[in-house]
Design a protein around this ligand. Structure first.
Ligand SMILES: *Cc1c(COP(=O)(O)O)cnc(C)c1O
Length: 455
């Protein structure tokens, strides 16, 4: 059977349940620790900050599938199912025997996969009677997605946007405001932690870690308010499992089982979601693809980080999380893939990598990433987000390797979003002014030395 350019599913084929990968993991990642007591966090510890049903999902290690409520499925119908695209034009341009497929999550106004979890998180907040949410956003995609979901479910939203991104992408703020959100550049003088960070480092361009601290502080001080996070946490990865479940249904129709699955990794949510359905095979001891995570050389949490307990934020107010981390105080250089600039990595992805279930991590340099982004845009038409272009880079490299060996591998990667708001980055690439900053071993060691001591 000929494979079409785009494999679309019907709405009826959309998954009715999320897949909870932890139910298939023989060993769980270490629990969150309470920063004051050093003891594992209980549900009660988390209730003041997070919505209750999301905490239950976060701590659930037994149910393989969790039903997606009808209200969320109705929201999903606005932009899902998303297509799996056969990259015929890219294959031709590369003259490779490999077949390349990508799952395209950018066909919605937020321009990324983040809407999958935003829809779910706001729904549960609303159901609990929460009237106000706070969050952080790096590149702006999460803030936009959450603004859309908050507008749909009628919940107030305050977004702390990393200052460097706010300057690079002013229109992200306008979109969020269009959907009714209040957007504050971080670090700001609206929180204690923001004022402290500014005092110590007045010229900082901010980081996700700072913005998280500000958003949590505000959520705790605001009545009937909770904090939500767009990546890293287990429940976010679970919401993103719709990506992998749909991809597998689509490819199964044509008898395609990928040899390689590639995803970019910032906090790990799209990667976790994309690989989920195939990782289930691996965890159950069956034949499985090779899994590759891709990150920027400037923020190499998986490839050069330590697997250790660390704070999720710069202000050190979150629970301690066991993950690959560059240190919560690490300020990555302001590269152009804002969504990949987090100091840590999802605990589930960290555990899977640590235990050898994720086969490989590649750290890529910005210009090589934009070489791939530009080629992709020219031949496939879609203008990719810089974050997504990390996965494109490695998909191209894998396809070129097939050309050398003559192997006709099936490659699947995640095209997580579009890059319309990243024209400053594309312009700098075209002008030849794009550079990259790779942290030295000394810098990383200095950051590791400040990791919290955990017995
Ligand atoms: C946020 C974002 C990412 C990275 O986040 P993950 O949680 O690692 O998936 C990747 N691509 C796009 C387009 C994003 O918006």
């Amino acid at each position: 059977m000929d494979i079409p350019y785009k494999i679309y599913l019907n709405e009826e084929e959309m998954p009715k349940a999320w897949y909870n990968i932890k139910a298939d993991m023989k060993e769980q990642h270490d629990p969150f620790l309470h920063p004051a007591t050093g003891k594992p966090c209980t549900k009660e510890d988390l209730l003041p900050v997070f919505c209750e049903e999301l905490i239950d999902q976060e701590l659930n290690t037994t149910d393989r599938f969790i039903e997606i409520p009808e209200e969320i499925r109705n929201f999903y119908r606005m932009f899902r199912p998303s297509p799996v695209v056969r990259a015929y034009c890219l294959e031709k341009a590369l003259d490779t025997p490999a077949r390349i497929f990508y799952k395209f999550e950018g066909a919605n106004t937020s321009g990324s996969h983040k809407l999958n979890s935003a829809a779910a998180q706001v729904y549960y907040a609303k159901k609990q009677g929460i009237t106000h949410l706070t969050t952080e956003t790096g590149a702006g995609q999460w803030g936009t997605a959450l603004s859309m979901a908050c507008a749909y479910f009628d919940v107030d939203l305050t977004v702390y946007m990393v200052k460097g991104s706010a300057l690079q992408k002013p229109y992200r703020k306008s979109i969020m405001e269009t959907y009714g959100a209040k957007v504050i550049s971080s670090p700001s003088d609206t929180t204690e932690v923001g004022r402290k960070i500014l005092e110590e480092n007045p010229d900082t361009s901010g980081s996700l870690g700072c913005a998280i601290s500000e958003a949590i502080e505000t959520s705790v001080k605001t009545e009937n308010c909770r904090y939500v996070l767009g990546s890293v946490l287990d429940h976010v990865l679970m919401h993103q499992s719709v990506i992998g479940l749909e991809a597998k249904i689509a490819l199964d129709k044509y008898g395609v089982y990928p040899d390689v699955v590639i995803g970019c990794a910032g906090g790990g949510s799209n990667l976790g979601g994309l690989i989920s359905a195939y990782m289930a095979d691996k965890l159950q001891g069956k034949k499985a693809p090779k899994f590759i995570a891709v990150e920027p050389l400037s923020c190499p949490s998986l490839s050069r980080g330590k697997y250790a307990y660390d704070f999720g934020d710069t202000g050190q107010i979150t629970p301690l999380i066991k993950m690959y981390t560059l240190g919560a105080g690490f300020m990555p250089a302001p590269n152009y893939a804002g969504g990949l600039r987090y100091h840590g990595m999802s605990p589930v992805i960290s555990k899977l990598y640590h235990d050898g279930f994720i086969d490989e991590v590649r750290a890529e340099e910005q210009r090589r990433v934009f070489d791939a982004a530009t080629l992709f845009a020219r031949v496939e038409g879609t203008l990719p987000a810089p974050e997504s272009a990390h996965a494109i880079r490695v998909a191209i490299d894998e396809a070129l390797a097939c050309k050398e060996t003559g192997e006709a591998k099936d490659i699947l990667f995640g095209l997580t979003g579009t890059g319309y708001f990243d024209m400053t980055a594309y312009a700098s690439y075209h002008e030849g002014t794009m550079s990259d900053y790779i942290p030295s071993d000394e810098e990383l060691e200095a950051s590791f030395a400040k990791l919290p001591k955990v017995e």
